[in-house]
Design a protein around this ligand. Structure first.
Ligand SMILES: [Zn+2]
Length: 417
């Protein structure tokens, strides 16, 4: 067997959304409540949003350009895949036969609003518009029709992509098999990477070996696509544009890892210097967020465990996008300056500034011995309040379990082991 044909399973398919509109609920709601109901229905469906809701109501333009009562704007993976491919316009035509229009990439803002208004006025038969490199906007006469129309358009896109993906393995097929020792390799690698990521704040890592992560990192096209970076702002504001890809054969080599991290930081600083404007905010942390290792999976780093896991999930969305985009053409990454302007958009910067203040122990790992009772238990709860990850108990299992459950109940999961 040659390496290029190591594994030839068909690509993992996209999930098909279905409408969850309930007339008996909708009948009881005011117009304002209906709008919220529609946003919540779409926002809580992971096949419609990127992750965990919230991006269906993203402000697309600074003016309201469309003369319709009910307008939706969404960017689920399948839609961004269509939007971010060299085959975007042709696929839009093939799927909807002219019912859905197509506009080239334009950063969200006033100009896009004007473009959209003029385009829709000139094409009054349209039921929506695909925005290249971004997502879709669509409309209908009633809240229910708009919700169902949105879900149907996503389902159309998913079915089209899944038909293309069924024919062949994703990303040119697998060339690196899943490493059976990947959990141990990740456990060894993560603290060493964490120690190399010098910055103002400590970091925690989250490892995932979900099928999508292994399919992508082990594929023939991995190296080519990883450097292109993620194209959706919802993704890269959390993941950075590009991940750090590591050679699985050199993970034991500390010098190699140090050089890779240093090179990544230098490349990020170069990107900042090339693209910065006179009023750009200061450079953000230059360390990688996503670290990808063929056969091992995806590790993401952030100042706390939840943010690290979220960044990993969003990189997973970015991989889905690349998979779908490559199935109908070539994946098109965002232009570097455009990406920078979004990453350092003053509006986004203001949003980040409004995030709650970081607790003093965030990014640190606390090891509490004798934590089953007395001073140890109080110390564990106290550390958790101050943001430290994973207090750990070493003895007194029954007692420790009660403390563990109390801390977990009060402060949330994924913090104690
Ligand atoms: Zn958008």
């Amino acid at each position: 067997m040659n390496a290029q044909t190591l594994i030839c399973a068909a690509a993992l398919p996209f999930a098909v959304p279905t409408s969850r509109w309930d007339d008996s609920v909708a009948a009881t709601l005011s117009p304002a409540e209906l709008l919220l109901y529609r946003a919540n229905l779409l926002g809580s469906d992971l096949t419609v949003t990127n992750f965990g809701g919230g991006n269906t109501s993203a402000k697309l333009v600074e003016v309201d350009p469309l003369p319709f009562a009910h307008v939706n704007h969404v960017h689920p993976d399948a839609i961004i895949a269509l939007a971010g491919s060299s085959g975007s316009e042709a696929a839009t035509q093939a799927i909807w036969g002219g019912r859905i229009g197509w506009l080239p990439w334009k950063r969200p803002g006033y100009t896009l609003g004007v473009m959209l208004r003029d385009y829709v006025a000139a094409n009054p038969h349209l039921e929506g518009v695909m925005l290249a490199g971004h997502g879709i906007i669509c409309w209908a006469d009633s809240a229910r029709a708009c919700c169902e129309h949105t879900v149907q358009l996503i389902a159309d896109a998913v079915n089209y992509l899944n038909a293309k993906l069924a024919d062949k393995p994703a990303f040119g097929g697998r060339v690196v098999a899943d490493n059976p020792d990947r959990a141990a390799i990740a456990a060894d690698l993560m603290p060493r990477l964490r120690g190399l990521m010098t910055s103002a704040r400590n970091k925690l890592g989250h490892w995932s070996d979900d099928p999508e992560a292994l399919e992508f990192t082990g594929s023939a096209d991995f190296a080519r696509l990883a450097v292109l970076g993620t194209s959706c702002p919802d993704h890269f504001l959390r993941t950075k544009i590009a991940p750090l890809a590591l050679d699985p054969a050199r993970l034991r080599d500390d010098g190699y890892l140090a050089q890779q991290i240093a090179d990544y930081r230098a490349i990020y600083a170069g990107y900042y210097e090339r693209c910065k404007r006179s009023n750009s905010p200061a450079m953000r942390d230059a360390n990688p967020v996503a670290v990808l290792v063929p056969g091992v999976g995806r590790i993401t780093f952030a100042t706390d465990k939840t943010t690290a896991r979220l960044a990993g999930d969003l990189y997973g969305n970015a991989v889905n996008v690349m998979c779908g985009a490559e199935a109908i053409g070539e994946y098109i990454a965002l232009d570097e300056q455009e990406a920078f302007d979004i990453e350092y958009w003053l509006l986004e910067e203001a949003k980040l500034q409004r995030m709650p203040a970081t607790k003093p122990l965030v990014g640190k790992i606390a090891l509490v011995t004798g934590g089953a009772g007395g001073i140890g238990a109080a110390s564990a709860a106290r550390r958790r309040l101050r943001g430290a990850g994973r207090p750990r108990w070493r003895s007194g299992r029954g007692c420790a379990r009660r403390v563990y459950q109390a801390v977990r109940q009060r402060h949330g999961p994924r913090r104690c082991v």
